[in-house]
Write a protein that binds this ligand. Structure first.
Ligand code: IPM
Ligand code: MN
Length: 347
């Protein structure tokens, strides 16, 4: 039986990079069946909704979701995201947002003198709560007494399941875990965060855990990226740090992610970290590698480890060769040309 994948190209360059990801996955002969769902801001223009009323029930029937990008200037971002991307992450309890930050061979990092041996990190981002809890409200709207409250929510359960996943990845990698915190200023939430991580450490004696405040972590990623292996962070902290990660791995256009539903609550979702990029959308110049790398994460998640490895090696080969790259990586190739190069590089 084929695995059924819901494909949501979404908005902007999402519609340009997702076809390349599909092209690469189709070239692998894995038993995957793709069904495209035309949701996003165009759908909103026609229907007043980002996706149909029964969209989450529809998605629940798939084995995985492959997403391009959500968001376009026609719909305020807090609406497009809270009516599409964020409910998917939360409803299916995609509680880990997995984001590899690795500099491929041949790509120049903006960090002087750093090569692939220095930049190979794995971010494990808590993906259901924290500053993204959606708790809050506004009163006295439009008056000068206006108040807005946005309440971060941290639960032992969500911190623990995410941290456990990070410890396990650290065991498989270089045995080092950085837990990103801010428990010097935040007296409640990040103190709980630290306690939960420290409480798990005893179960993973082979993992060395370091607690690093988020401000220091930003500097550490720039100054000593070679000292970073696996990182676990809250929703907002790891959101910010993984854009920095995208920059130091050579381009945000390379950055991949998997929103993993590990508790059997529904499908996982795979998407490039870059957004819909209105500034370059429609020009065929977007880097498809972040989307293709996300496809590799999807393949591995569904059990196609060999195929995932082939895709990752093709990415490395195209980067190392350096002749067919998009403008963000200093090249002149189109999205489609990079797609062809990736397919030809599949060994
Ligand atoms: C990301 C994005 C989203 C996030 C936005 C679009 C809500 O920046 O996937 O990193 O903050 O999670
Ligand atoms: Mn982000």
């Amino acid at each position: 039986m084929a695995h059924r994948i819901a494909v949501v190209p979404g908005d902007g360059v999402g519609k340009e990079v997702v076809p390349v990801g599909l092209q690469v996955m189709r070239a692998l002969d894995a038993p995957l069946a793709f069904e495209e769902l035309p949701w996003g801001c165009d759908f909103h223009a026609r229907t007043g909704r980002m996706m149909p009323e029964d969209a989450l029930a529809t998605l629940a029937g798939y084995d995985a979701i492959y997403l391009g990008a959500i968001g376009w200037p026609t719909v305020p971002d807090h609406i497009s995201l809270w009516e599409c991307l964020l409910p998917i992450r939360k409803t299916f309890e995609q509680y880990v947002n997995l984001r590899p930050v690795r500099l491929p061979p041949g790509v120049r990092s903006p960090l002087a003198g750093r090569g692939p041996e220095d930049i190979d990190m794995l971010f494990v981002r808590e993906n259901t709560e924290g500053e993204y809890s959606g708790t809050g409200g506004r009163v006295h709207v439009g008056t000068d007494a206006e108040v807005a409250v946005e309440v971060p929510v941290f639960t032992r359960r969500a911190i623990e399941r995410c941290a456990r996943y990070a410890f396990e990845r650290a065991q498989e990698r270089r045995g080092h875990l950085v837990s990103v915190t801010k428990s010097n200023a935040s007296r409640f939430a990040y103190v709980l965060w630290d306690e939960v991580v420290a409480g798990l450490a005893g179960e993973y004696p082979d993992v060395r855990v370091e607690r690093v405040h988020v401000d220091a972590m930003a500097a550490r990623m720039v100054l000593r990226p070679d000292t970073i292996d696996v990182v676990v962070g809250s929703n907002l902290f790891a959101d910010i740090l993984t854009d920095l990660g995208g920059a130091i791995q050579g381009s945000l256009g390379l950055a991949a992610s998997g929103n993993l539903s590990l508790g059997g609550r529904g499908p996982s979702m795979f998407e490039p970290v870059h957004g819909s990029a209105p500034d370059i959308a429609g020009q065929g110049r977007a880097n498809p590698i972040g989307a293709v790398w996300s496809a590799a994460l999807l393949l591995r998640h569904l059990g196609y480890a060999a195929e995932a490895g082939r895709v990752e090696r093709a990415i490395d080969a195209v980067c190392e060769d350096g002749h067919v790259l998009t403008a963000d990586l200093g090249g002149r190739a189109s999205t489609a040309e990079v797609g062809e190069a990736l397919v030809s590089a599949l060994a």
